[in-house]
Design a protein around this ligand. Structure first.
Ligand SMILES: CC(C)(COP(=O)(O)OP(=O)(O)OC[C@H]1O[C@@H](n2cnc3c(N)ncnc32)[C@H](O)[C@@H]1OP(=O)(O)O)[C@@H](O)C(=O)NCCC(=O)NCCS
Length: 189
């Protein structure tokens, strides 16, 4: 999935104060992660997270080949206003207290409508444990609370896990207007 079209921070809606409260999510294997807003000091963690993804997961998320985040994109991904660009990560802590980002989800409000464009990626080692579903539910709840009528995202037609997740969340899938390799996933809020 392409990064959502990053738009200016001008205008926008009232910030969601609840975003500042970390939320716990328990996964199927019993471990918990903390879902919290992305912060500017996530620079190292976000880069390590993206570098650590498998090429397939990176491609599914960004739709182009990259090994790491270019500086400008990294900067846009960590300097978010949490109004027009809402971004959360799932943070895991290991036995010795080291922290890592296990997943990232975000949406950016469009300039041409009230809708938001979402993107999500879960670290390979954390996939299939219910994290993607819980993080998407969290993102959808934030969007709903912020008055966003719809979140949509363009998903590779070959991306069966994401297509299954969208269906599981009650979203719909339609043909992409311009690109036959993509399907447009929409969640009405
Ligand atoms: C797609 C993605 C976000 C799913 O996250 P996840 O944490 O692995 O998914 P979950 O464990 O929460 O599973 C949620 C649902 O997804 C579906 N799903 C997950 N993995 C699946 C797989 N390998 N095959 C088929 N369906 C799968 C299931 O329907 C599951 O429903 P269930 O709760 O009834 O079992 C994750 O695989 C990922 O990050 N992929 C790479 C990046 C990407 O594709 N991003 C989306 C761009 S549009």
């Amino acid at each position: 999935m392409m990064p959502p079209a990053f738009t200016s921070a001008a205008g926008g809606r009232v910030a969601n104060l609840g975003l500042r409260q970390p939320a716990a999510a328990t996964l199927w294997h019993g471990r918990s992660v903390t879902i919290r807003p992305v912060q500017p000091d996530d620079e190292f963690g976000e880069q390590a997270f993206v570098k650590g993804l498998s090429p397939a997961s990176r491609y599914s998320r960004f739709h182009f080949g990259l090994r790491e985040l270019p500086p400008a994109l990294l900067s846009r991904m960590i300097h978010v206003d949490q109004r027009r660009h809402v971004a959360v990560v799932a943070q895991a802590t290991d036995d010795v207290g080291d922290e890592e980002i296990a997943a990232d989800a975000r949406y950016v409000l469009r300039d041409d409508s009230d809708d938001g464009e979402f993107a999500i990626v879960v670290a390979d080692a954390w996939q299939g444990l219910g994290l993607g579903r819980q993080l998407m539910q969290h993102l959808l709840a934030l969007a709903r609370r912020n008055g966003v009528p719809r979140l949509f995202g363009d998903v590779l037609r070959s991306n069966l896990p994401m297509i299954a997740l969208v269906r599981r969340l009650g979203g719909s899938l339609t043909r992409h207007p311009d690109d036959w390799t993509l399907t447009r996933a929409s969640c009405t809020l």
